[in-house]
Design a protein around this ligand. Structure first.
Ligand code: ADP
Length: 395
């Protein structure tokens, strides 16, 4: 059984085709520069990567290109579109309406339309991607898997912002949380590894966008991202949590209009803003090695904030059995893991510095560490494919 996983952005459509019998990726690629000029990158398992300039003025045309490529005799891996049993779409924001993975019908599409207001930059391209797939593959079931869904189990005291209740209700303002598919995947893997379904886990998804979650017995009880993916720890170019008064203060002082402020908070802050070097932590580290103090500060801010979240989530869960690091930084940057977990023996956290430096080691805490520290590569696409398969098999 083949499941196609699609992640539609404003000018790109990333895809992975899963062979669900083996859970392996049969092919993956990206239809990029949609509506501009069109560039396809595609790799089928065991074959060479191809790159092609190919016109794709709309998302529908991008879907046609990807189907032609998947079924191409030379570059493809399936003989016809009918071999694809279903398509799973990654959806960033499901709002209060789409709270678990669901098969697309008119009602579901209407619910997703309502999310436009909450996350226009993501929802509009998602809708284009879904409608493109429905046009090109009208017989194939489509399933939505939301980044916000895993966080729906948070209690009200964790998801409520202290603003007037009526306004929160009217505009659906609450903590939603993001990267839920990743937090769900790595916490599930950690539970398996520990053999303890009741484990209290802090999952640290650290990439260009970063979020930290508290997962108690497999259920999310709190998470650092909020109403939008801007809240929480310092990120590549996003500010994370700041005193809200800073925003109107700067708007007034610097004459920044509302229309630009979102861009400023998303693109000009974080590592980039603090260091002045880059939003990429590898470049920050290179600058640190050259003695750049602002780069060092950006790095230290992230480590310190991770430490604070671990502390507060340990309190929230009344205990801690395991910390998981994942995503680009979490999986690859041993220095941030070391610095974030330094001086936490009080909590029963002891890092094995040698194991921490090695690659492909899952457990990086010492044998005596009461809290296990794990590095688990995330696989959001596999979760989307698995949910999609489950939903279409049941219906
Ligand atoms: P996104 O949130 O866009 O999916 P990633 O999870 O790929 O981002 O994370 C990007 C961050 O991870 C960058 O700051 C980058 O420096 C870091 N990173 C990614 N790969 C590596 C690597 N192999 N070694 C060190 N750092 C890495």
């Amino acid at each position: 059984m083949y499941i196609l996983v699609v992640n539609a952005g404003s000018s790109s459509l990333k895809y992975q085709l899963f062979d669900m019998d083996t859970q392996e990726v049969a092919a993956k690629g990206n239809c990029d520069r949609i509506g501009i000029d069109g560039k396809l990158t595609h790799t089928a398992a065991g074959k060479d990567k191809i790159q092609k300039d190919i016109s794709m003025p709309t998302h529908s045309q991008a879907v046609s290109v990807l189907i032609d490529t998947l079924t191409d005799k030379e570059y493809g891996c399936i003989s016809s579109m009918s071999e694809i049993s279903a398509v799973g779409h990654r959806i960033v924001h499901g709002g209060p309406w789409l709270i678990k993975s669901v098969r697309v019908d008119d009602e579901v599409l209407a619910d997703l339309e309502k999310c436009r207001d909450l996350a226009p930059l993501h929802t509009v391209p998602h809708l284009l991607g879904i409608k493109g797939c429905m046009e090109v593959m009208p017989e194939t079931p489509q399933v939505l898997v939301m980044d916000t869904a895993f966080h729906q189990t948070m209690p009200p005291e964790a998801y409520t912002y202290p603003i007037p209740h009526e306004l929160a209700e009217k505009y659906k303002i609450r903590r939603y949380g993001f990267h839920g598919t990743s937090h769900r995947y790595v916490s599930g893997k950690a539970i398996e590894y520990l053999g303890n379904p009741n484990a209290k886990i802090v999952t640290c998804h650290l990439g260009n966008g970063s979020s930290i979650s508290a997962v108690d017995g497999g259920k999310c009880v709190d998470t650092s991202m909020g109403f939008t993916p801007l809240e929480g720890v310092i990120m590549g170019s996003r500010c994370g949590a700041v005193d809200p008064a800073i925003i109107p203060f700067l708007m007034e002082k610097e004459n920044i209009p509302v229309s630009e402020m979102g861009n400023w908070m998303n693109k000009k802050c974080g590592f980039l803003g603090v260091s002045g070097v880059s939003s990429d932590l590898r470049e920050i580290e290179a600058a640190i090695n050259e003695g750049n103090e602002r780069a060092t500060l950006a790095f230290n801010v992230l480590a310190y904030q991770i430490k604070k979240y671990i502390g507060s989530y340990t309190a929230a869960m009344n205990g801690l059995d395991c910390i998981v690091f994942t995503a680009g930084i979490g999986e690859n940057n041993s220095d941030i893991r070391r610095l974030a977990l330094e001086n936490m023996s009080f909590y029963g956290i002891e890092l094995d510095e040698e194991k921490n430096r090695q690659r492909d080691v899952v457990e990086i805490s010492t044998e005596n560490s009461r809290v296990k520290v794990l590095v688990i590569p995330t696989n959001e696409e596999l979760v989307i494919a698995s949910d999609t398969m489950k939903i279409v098999s049941e219906s």
